[in-house]
Design a protein around this ligand. Sequence first.
Ligand code: PAF
Length: 282
Amino acid sequence: MQTIATAAEMTAFVDKAHANGKTVAFVPTMGALHAGHLSLVHLARSLADIVVVSIFVNPLQFGANEDFDRYPRTLDADATKLAEARVNVLFAPTATEVYPPDSQPRQLKAGVAGAPFEGAIRPGHFDGMLTVVNRLFDIVTPDVAIFGAKDAQQVFLVKQMAAKLHPRLKIVEAPTVREFDGLAMSSRNRYLNPNERALAAQISRALTRCQEVADARGTAAQAAKQAAAVIAEKPAIRLEYLALIDPNTFKEVPATFKGQCLAIIAARIGETRLIDNLRIAF
Ligand code: PAF
């Protein structure tokens, strides 16, 4: 595996690969890699000749009171995992490569679809996320980019942005990888102490309750209510939002909705904020 640190070298590498008729799959990450990220890498390998993974903890997508400073940075261990997963290039740029002081990259706005849910709780997060993803797409110029389904609103916004600014780029969503008890894998799971970790499985239980209600011919409104009750069984979990949304619009579905929707949830356990989602058929 080759490690590249500059934007110019990264672009030149992919230009050469394209000139040689190779396709390139890109997996953007912030590092602290776990089995979920590696599943994105495996999917990427099945989709293109060359796999590029970036590791960059993007300051623009963290609010003032968020965990930018304590976000886990484990570059050496990450590089070992990526080499074992037969990644071709690790792109690990510095902040000045991504945001050169003399030519500020285009600042993107998430707009209406970025306002509710994560956007309401983390103001500016999606503007910063889209700004860096667009910049990384400009540098890496991939044919396909892979994002984890766990960050449902992020994938929705990236697809919207890519359709406008990178129309030839294919965005692929990879299924969420879960721990033995259903907890969605996340780099932030490592913040949980053993008690909090045990409680965290309640988040995916709340989502599966939505599907149970749907299977029992309950309504979307009943599913949301019962899922919230599952969270309420553990008062140490602070629910931030739980909603059933239309994955095509990211808007809440009506109370008696019929069809496929997405149950989305965000909750805090101690200092740690966790998100998850599950497709539900009514
Ligand atoms: O999902 C993430 O890890 C980040 O939001 C991303 C897409 C790498 C952009 O910084």
